[in-house]
Design a protein around this ligand. Structure first.
Ligand SMILES: [Zn+2]
Length: 75
């Protein structure tokens, strides 16, 4: 079952919610474990996407080898 990160808008508590895709589709209303408020919003983790673009960029860098001139790899 996937985990979703939610933050309470009332007391700013971040908590994880376990829900099926079907539950998520039908509209999930998680309750804050701290103040039991249902006024929450989902946190979206974008770190994974950022890492992907970093990997793509590094592929375009020239590779350093034994025949590389000075200045390569900080030398
Ligand atoms: Zn709360």
């Amino acid at each position: 079952m996937p985990l979703y990160d939610y933050q309470c808008k009332k007391c700013q508590t971040v908590f994880e919610v376990r829900a099926t895709f079907k539950e998520k589709e039908t509209g999930l209303e998680p309750e804050c474990p701290q103040c039991h408020s249902k006024i929450t919003h989902q946190l979206l983790t974008s770190a994974l996407f950022l890492r992907h673009s970093d990997d793509g960029a590094s592929l375009e860098l020239p590779k350093c080898g034994p025949n590389s001139g000075p200045g390569c790899c900080g030398g």
